[in-house]
Design a protein around this ligand. Sequence first.
Ligand code: ZN
Ligand code: FE
Length: 243
Amino acid sequence: MTVTAQPVPILSDNYAWLLRDSATGAVAIVDPAEPKPVIAALEKAGGRLDLILLTHHHADHTAGTDEVRAHFGAKVVGAAADAHRLPKLDVAVKEGDSVPFGAASARVIDTPGHTRGQINYFFPDGEILLSGDTLFSLGCGRFIEGTAAEMFSSLAKLKALPGGTKVCCGHEYTESNARFALSVDPNNAALHARTAQARQQRAAGQPTVPSVMSDEIAANPFLRAPDVTSLADVRAKKDAFRG
Ligand code: ZN
Ligand code: FE
C-alpha cells in the first residue's frame, strides 16, 4: 500500500505529476498547468481525481487548475501564504501541515527561494517528494523572489529526507543542468554517472525524473554547496552559464 508518481509532460518542458494511492485508488495531480494533456492522462488513469496540489504561483504550474477542477470536481491545495495569487484554494496549507490523500498523507514543507510562497509535498508512504521549482535533478530554481539564505535552508530541509526519496520536480532540465554541473564539478564520478544515465533516458524518449535523493546529494552542485555563500556563488555562475 503506497503512493506512486508518474510524470505527465506538459508545455515545453514542464511536468505535472499524477499520484495514485494504491490502498484506496485515490488520484491527485500536481501543477496541472496545461489542461488538455492532464485531463487526457487522468481519463486514461480511470477518470478519478481527488486532489490538485500546487507548488507555487507561476503560470507554468497553475494555469490549467480551474479547468481541471471543473472537469473532475477535485479539491485544490496550495500555500496559504500565496493564496492571493494562486487559483482559488479549497485547502490553504503551511509548513508542517498534513494533507490527507486516500490512506496516505503528504507533509507540507515550506521551501522559499524560487518564489516566496513555494511549498513542496512529501509522502513518507512511497517516499515521494514533489519539489516544484525548488529542487531539480542536478539543479535548483532561480532565486526570483527569494535569497540564497532562504534557498539554502529550503534545500537543507529536502536533503534531510530519506536517501531513497524520489525527487519529482517541475521541469525536464536535467541535461542542461548536467552541462553546467560538470563545468563546476568536473571530477565528480556520481555526476558523470547521473549525466550518462540522463542522456540515455532522453535518447530513449523517457523522462529523466524522478531522480533519487541520494544521487542528487552526491551529484547536484546546489545540494553540495556547504554554505550560503557557496550556494549564492554556484547560482550566480549558473545564471551566467552559456553552454
Ligand atoms: Zn517557477
Ligand atoms: Fe516552472
